[in-house]
Design a protein. Structure first.
Length: 197
């Protein structure tokens, strides 16, 4: 599996994405480089974002649209000289990318994607994207990201997350406080009404 594919897999896992795609910039256009679960609509959306927000993307600004029905982000992929080399597209079926944490994570994934765009496909890649992220990220940040991913994935069900991590609920509450995670309350889905027999 290539670095681009591993990066897209990590983005999908992090954001619970419905589809993700990496586009490479070729002069004044963008071309699909790697993708997961995309359709023609994604290609048209990225083409529209490129033609209408080119200046902002070149400056490194994210293009984010979010609502209760879902979110999408077009993230600039910048090389080490801060030149735009591509675009990372992410779409979810939930409201995401409104807070700084999500946006910073997308920027980190875009940095890894920049490496994928710059490494020829025939060269072996010594480390996975996850290994590079872990190598460069502090242990508290990794623990915070892991806990946030589990909490979001399991709709903030503390008991379920505690079971998955093999710790008590009190430990999860302590970690939430220690890592400075803002508690989110997710409303439970309304149970269907029973029909009288």
């Amino acid at each position: 599996m290539s670095l681009a594919d591993r990066t897209l897999e990590a983005v999908t896992d992090f954001s619970n994405a419905r589809c993700v795609a990496l586009f490479v910039r070729e002069q004044e256009r963008v071309r699909l480089f790697a993708a997961r679960n995309i359709d023609q609509w994604v290609i048209e959306t990225v083409a529209w974002a490129w033609s209408n927000h080119r200046a902002a993307l070149i400056k490194g600004q994210l293009i984010v649209e979010s609502s209760e029905k879902g979110s999408r982000a077009v993230v600039p992929v910048l090389d080490t000289d801060e030149r735009l080399t591509g675009l990372l597209y992410v779409r979810t079926d939930e409201a995401r990318f409104a807070d700084d944490r999500d946006r910073k994570a997308l920027i980190q994934f875009a940095r890894i994607a920049a490496m994928a765009l710059s490494v020829p496909a025939e060269l072996p890649i010594p480390q996975t994207a996850v290994e590079l992220y872990l190598e460069r990220t502090g242990t508290d940040d990794v623990a915070r990201q892991q806990l946030l991913v589990l909490l979001e994935k399991h709709e903030w069900n503390i008991a379920r997350v505690a079971r998955l991590m093999g710790v008590t609920r009190a430990t999860i509450y302590n970690r939430i406080a220690k890592l400075g995670i803002e508690r989110r309350h997710v409303p439970k889905a309304a149970a269907p009404k029973r029909q009288p027999a």
